[in-house]
Design a protein around this ligand. Structure first.
Ligand code: FMN
Length: 223
């Protein structure tokens, strides 16, 4: 079982990273799990320039680390994505990767399982979490659960209660992936979004979205 963890915080030992590393260490207690931990702030990922060519070709032409990360996520069974709250949203580093990463149109997370994590100090961490959890569900994943944590800036959020939550949630992710668990309500919402929104739009503009359709075929998504 392969899990990718993406840390959207520029602080590689901050609150978000501590929660993500605690999830990582719980998962690594299982012999059949491997984890790839990505600090986005250490990656070369340039902003999307809006040329739309990735939809046509299935690849972004900008030469940096973004394609490699998308491929890594596409080859994984599960994704854990975390961010600090910046102005009631995710960090710029994470948003830049979301824009570049072929998530929603290409259904990068189809039938994978995920956990979203957002940390903050007071207001807006729920909004930041919503950005990540929606991204996961609209990209085809089942959301196993979320951690939304408000903690004073610079503090360690991993107290006893948080560690118990982390242990429980990592176990649930492991079991969900093993059992290929589906969540009926999430499945229904995704099916409406995909079948009534994304699919007809792409079919209507087929020549501009040939790369996207190829990705669906590769992921065995019904077209
Ligand atoms: C530019 C900036 C904007 C922030 N905006 C918010 C915010 O809107 N709401 C909030 O609760 N915390 C906000 N914070 C606090 C961080 O989200 C919070 O301290 C977070 O846990 C930091 O995570 P990290 O240690 O992983 O970097 C902001 C911090 C920064 C640097």
């Amino acid at each position: 079982m392969k899990i990718v963890i993406v840390n959207g915080s520029p602080r590689t030992n901050g609150a978000t990273a501590r929660i993500l590393h605690a999830l990582e260490s719980c998962l690594l207690d299982r012999k059949d799990v491997s984890v790839e931990f990505i600090d986005l702030s250490k990656q070369d990922i340039k902003p999307c320039i809006g040329c739309m060519s990735c939809y046509k070709t299935g690849r972004c032409h900008i030469k940096d680390n973004s394609e490699r990360l998308s491929e890594l996520i596409a080859s994984a069974d599960g994704l854990i994505m975390g961010s600090p709250t910046y102005a009631s949203n995710v960090s710029g580093q994470l948003k830049t990767f979301i824009d570049r990463g072929h998530f929603v149109m290409e259904q990068l997370l189809y039938k994978k399982h995920g956990i979203s994590v957002a940390t903050g100090v007071n207001y807006g961490s729920g909004d930041a979490n919503k950005v990540i959890s929606k991204l996961m569900r609209y990209s085809g994943a089942y959301l196993t659960g979320s951690i939304v944590c408000n903690t004073p800036f610079g503090s360690d959020p991993c107290n006893e209660k948080m560690l118990a939550r982390i242990s429980k949630l990592s176990g649930k992710l492991y079991r969900d992936i093993k059992a290929e668990k589906s969540y009926p309500v999430q499945k229904l919402v995704h099916s409406v979004v995909f079948s009534c929104g994304i699919k007809p739009f792409v079919k209507k503009n087929a020549s501009d979205y040939a790369g996207t359709v190829n990705k669906w075929r590769e992921a065995k998504i019904k077209i």
